[in-house]
Design a protein around this ligand. Sequence first.
Ligand SMILES: [Zn+2]
Length: 475
Amino acid sequence: MFKQAIKWVKANQDLLIDISDQIWGFAELGLKEFKSSKLLANTLDEAGFAVKMGVADMPTAFFADYGEGKPVIGILGEYDALPGLSQKAQSSREALIEGAPGHGCGHNLLGVGSLGAVLAVKEAIDLGSVKGTIRYYGCPAEETFNAKGYMIREGLFDDVDISMTWHPGFLNMLTLMSALSMNSVVFKFHGRTAHAAGDPQNGRSALDAVELMNIGANFMREHMISDARLHYIITNGGEAPNVVPAEAEVHYFVRAPKRHQVEALYKRLIKIAEGATMMTETSMEIDFLSGTYNTWYNQVVDEVISKSMKTVGTPRFNKDDKAFANELKKSLPENSMEGYYRLIPPDMLEIAKAILSQPLNKSIIPPIGKGKVMPGSTDVADVSWKVPLGEFTTACEIMGSPGHSWQIVATSGMSIGHKGMLTAAKILALSSLEFMGNPELVKKAREEHENSHKDDPYKTPFPEGLKPPFRRLNN
Ligand SMILES: [Zn+2]
């Protein structure tokens, strides 16, 4: 059945590449992925999956089931793009549409790699090779906020036994590094306007409150754990210098390796904001946009994925791919791999450098970074706290591609990205079949999950009644 699944992906690769290229061309931002989600959902519907569109208060979120009964294997798909990154599928910088979004995180590949996997598993179910349910999760807006957290809160992950996902990367590697837990929150201050020269004594500046809050927050940095991160932008600082701003707001990210650390820091930040209101005689309200957990990978799922990676092998890049990669690499800074080198044990550094200095990764890299935290956040983390989850990357980009870059848009729309995506589809399909054919393995993964989380179960990071932040989309 494993061979059959690999054969299915090969036989249908043109279809998968076509869907991926269409989504690459749509390049829709989070919560606006109408064409992308529809294309994926329609493909699943036509294949006989039961599709539920518009779940958890988000029109572009969906899930699709095939098969019946246990185990339920959930594969995550994403398809949102990033603003301002429009780029042609070529090795020099040129926008496809000036100023338009682009797939700078390769989520067109992510969504379709996962699609290929569930379709290949569907065939195995049809052939009677395995029993159970394969589910595709259409997860919108990964770049913007925790959409998966809303899907969890809606109960959509309650019956899932095993969950798996992947991400386009420049290495073929199991993902072991955790991600930072975070809160994304806007503090809105309300004051009283006045003519800034004529009657300043009557003004109470909301912008002063923002500035004083930021000063307080910057002093708090001295007294945070060193792995925590605090960043902000002023999203409204008033309209004109001669008008005392009655309204001002600042958007904060609070990040730390663990959820409880974020919550503790966030409480202190609220006190600082309240202090700023007292100093300026203004008032404040909080617009909580998103909160996420840190990732927690399940070892049993990791082992299954590792085995599948070895069976499937790595993407086979040809001469044209290599020429493209060599040309594109000229646009990267010399030290683009430094961060990775720091993760490698000293005795392996020489060998690692020989592999990692190539423009494209052709081997499976032994996982690095266990116990370390990637300096970013993802809503995959919430799923990993809810159910056993494993994740990996395949080489879809050139070595050292910066995250969220035009270089990634370029490779996500041509054969380098396509090959990585098809490899990922095979790995996810094989791993799903392994679990569906082996109930003991499912049980083991679930036991590990329950033991790890029995004292610290998943609780939604959202305040009660919180809705997806459509309110801030059209600003
Ligand atoms: Zn991404």
